[in-house]
Design a protein around this ligand. Structure first.
Ligand SMILES: *Cc1c(COP(=O)(O)O)cnc(C)c1O
Length: 399
């Protein structure tokens, strides 16, 4: 059996005709920028997120940049975020001229450790940028109360969390702005790049609209240096076909995740984030991530270990031998897994250069050497999932 980490094959089989029709309608309409499909998507997504304003843009990265800019965050400002995320989270902060201040993550759920927030605040702090990583909502109650106390803005990175809820409320509408990505592998994926910002604040919404179109509140009248960042009409039409299916897809991802959890939780060498199954959250399960503990590989190996299992890209990281060994063995059996993320952002060459201060984020660094994302997409069958589980069990059972 061959199992990819992610596949659109069955989704395209199911809704391919609807997508063809939607795309060809836009193509034949001649209206490629803005127009009905974009308006409709922004309105429907806003309803789904229970916010009055959604502004489409070119990508999740742009959504973050636009939100930061709209709140006036720039040179001299600090934004508190995590290093255990996709690079774009910090890149957006740096690209508006501000400084990302990284705090460590909670080993229980791999998310921003909210107990570390207050000690990271300085007189330059302007905002907190929590990441609902893998689709798991951050404790927004805690984040918002710290933000309120210190007068900070909260910009949620919801790139992986479209359709997730915290305490009955959709993520993206909990902070001052929520940033979404429609990159094809996200839960709500376009056929190319796309993104959106959600907000309750009308002035911020207007500001984002202006910044996204060259800082232009009126035609050919420019009050800011903005961007050219729009959600294409064709992408909006595709998202309009997919949005009504999002909840169903998340339900299927949830079933798959609960099943993985049930079948894998007793394996000694594997940790699964417990808090992901808490009451009060709807996790969007963009990824199902396990943590592979260190163990004696030679006790599992039928064949001789002939490869040094080290993270070759960053030699200042802890040894990642066991996770990498498991990944390799799974791939030999046709199961393709992914490492999100092998090098934490603060250890990336550009941030090592920028910030000579030697920052140590021990949980983040350990996770980067131990996490592994198992295949998950709504159409993954029980047979395929059983195969993944059986192979993992056979690899990890002592011989
Ligand atoms: C995908 C992603 C982004 C960036 O989204 P793009 O649409 O690819 O620009 C930002 N943050 C996180 C956590 C992501 O997963």
């Amino acid at each position: 059996m061959r199992i990819p980490p992610f596949s659109l094959e069955k989704q395209l089989y199911e809704i391919g005709d609807d997508l063809d029709l939607a795309v060809s309608k836009v193509l034949r309409s001649g209206q490629y920028i803005g127009g009905r499909q974009v308006d409709l998507f922004e309105k429907s997504f806003a309803e789904k997120l229970e916010v009055p304003h959604v502004i489409g843009c070119n990508s999740g990265t742009d959504a973050l940049i636009l939100a930061l800019r709209a709140f006036g965050i720039g040179p001299g400002d600090e934004v508190i975020t995590v290093s255990f995320s996709f690079f774009a989270t910090a890149e957006a902060i740096s690209n508006v001229g501000a400084k990302p201040v990284f705090v460590d993550v909670d080993p229980q759920n791999f998310l921003l450790d909210v107990s570390l927030l207050e000690s990271a605040i300085t007189s330059s702090t302007k905002a907190i940028l929590p990441v609902h990583l893998f689709g798991c909502p951050v404790d927004m109650h805690a984040v918002m109360s710290v933000a309120k106390k210190h007068g900070l803005k909260v910009i949620e990175d919801c790139a992986q969390a479209a359709g997730a809820f915290f305490n009955g409320k959709p993520v993206g509408g909990l902070g001052d702005a929520g940033c979404f990505s429609f990159f094809p592998t996200k839960n709500l994926g376009a056929a190319g790049d796309g993104g959106a910002v959600a907000t309750h604040d009308q002035q911020i919404a207007e500001k984002i609209r202006e910044l996204a179109v060259h800082g232009m509140p009126k035609r050919y009248f420019h009050t800011e240096l903005g961007y050219n960042s729009r959600l294409d009409s064709i992408q909006a039409a595709i998202l309009n076909v997919k949005l009504p299916k999002l909840s169903d897809w998340i339900e299927k991802r949830t079933e798959i995740s609960h099943r993985y959890n049930r079948l894998l939780r007793d394996i000694q060498e594997i940790d699964i984030p417990e808090n992901s199954f808490n009451e009060g959250i709807v996790h969007s399960w963009n990824q199902f991530v396990i943590k592979v503990r260190d163990f004696d590989i030679s006790s599992k190996c039928k064949n001789e270990v002939n490869k040094p299992y080290e993270n070759s890209m960053a030699n200042n990281l802890p040894d990642s031998s066991c996770r990498d060994w498991l990944k390799d063995e799974l791939s030999k059996e046709g199961i393709n897994t992914i490492i999100y993320y092998p090098i934490p952002i603060h250890l990336q060459p550009i941030y090592q250069k920028k910030d000579s201060r030697s920052l140590c984020l021990s949980v983040t660094e350990e996770l980067s050497s131990q996490v592994l994302s198992l295949p998950i997409f709504p159409e993954l069958t029980i047979e395929e999932q059983n195969y993944v589980v059986d192979i993992i069990k056979s690899l990890l059972s002592s011989s």
